[in-house]
Design a protein around this ligand. Sequence first.
Ligand code: PHE
Ligand code: NA
Length: 448
Amino acid sequence: MWSSRLAFILAASGSAVGLGNIWKFPYITGENGGGAFVIVYLLCIALIGIPIMIAEVMIGRRGERSPINTMRMLAQRDGLSQRWSWIGWTGIVCSFLILSFYSVIGGWALSYTGHAVSGVFSGASADDIGAMFGGLLSDPWTLLLWHSVFMVLVIVIVAGGIRSGMEKAINILMPLLFLLLLVMVGYALNSGEFMQGFNFLFQPDFSKLSTEGVLTALGHAFFTLSLGMGVMMAYGSYLPKKVSIVKTAVTVSIVDTAVALLAGLAIFPLVFANGLEAGAGPGLIFQTLPLAFGQMTGGVLFGSLFFALLVVAAVTSAISLLEPVVEWLEEQKGISRLSGALIGGISIWLLGMMTILSFNEWANFFPLEFIPAFEGKTVFDLLDYVTANLLMPLGGLFIAIFAGWFMSKQAVKNQLGLGEGAAYQSFMFVLKFITPIAVATVFIYNLS
Ligand code: PHE
Ligand code: NA
């Protein structure tokens, strides 16, 4: 059991806050034209993400088991089909696929920590920094080295069961990351095209937003909050009965959103000040932030700290991705934690090679291009799309339907602790109708 509400918030934020906020949010915002995308993303957080997080934590706390067994047990208790346990299964598959590319990007952050410490950013031009990133991507062996270091870190932590020790460190490191982001926003205010960056983020131009952009915004709401795959359900199983699920879920979501918006405010003013491309893709932060670190006073210190903390944030999210895979291997295959961590971790490490090659040898290999939605997508693009845009929202849709329509009403009331008044009624209305209809609508528009 978590000792307090704060312990749960820190643990859940450790999973939520990661590369999704600092690496993915800025680059997909850039690719999808800015403001309109951000508004849709924020709406998805509020109307879909928060209700689903509440539903997941509530199911987890009632089940008090791993996601697969929780779903199995609750379905049985309420006289429902055992098929509900599929939610747990797809969650395991999703964790496996996500970690395979997450670790490669975590490797980029490791490599950039090294660069920052060595001082190579000092005085470098936008071209130099661009060439540095291009050099990293074109070299599969270096990518493999850092991907391996990242996976070893994650495997050691999960195998050693030293999460609790880590969580103590997180209590200090996460706020520090937040502070450093504020420093970067301050730098952008002084030396970047701040207003241009601000307007890019917050001034909507809906003509720039495609249907696929809406799906990307929806998918990112799931990805960034670690939803739809049982991760929050697992955390919920440790939450003490007296803690308010609604308040904690809202807090975690606000923290996560604040980190993403700060990252955007730090990066886009630099993009415009240096004549870079907002839609540059996955390399966006690695091509902009080093410029700032190379120019600001104390840049070596700030840069090293920043990338190191980004690695820490990525590792804590990665732990929450490997954990369910190991737990499943332990439960189903009856093997030890160490073997589970090794077998799961090494398989994921191997799959990661596909992402590494997607940035060089396989950069023009689009394996599923006969399917219109997958045209021009590399293996990395596909892994990202299938997990964030398809599997996670689908898992979330079923979680919302389960909690809103099928789970015992009395149990829901007890878990929520909102009484039976207006607060409870309006929350249930959102969970039963708004959330599922919104997810289904975005899906239907994209498939048709
Ligand atoms: N939420 C994490 C991030 O934003 C990624 C993640 C997704 C972690 C799914 C766990 C489960 O970086
Ligand atoms: Na996140």
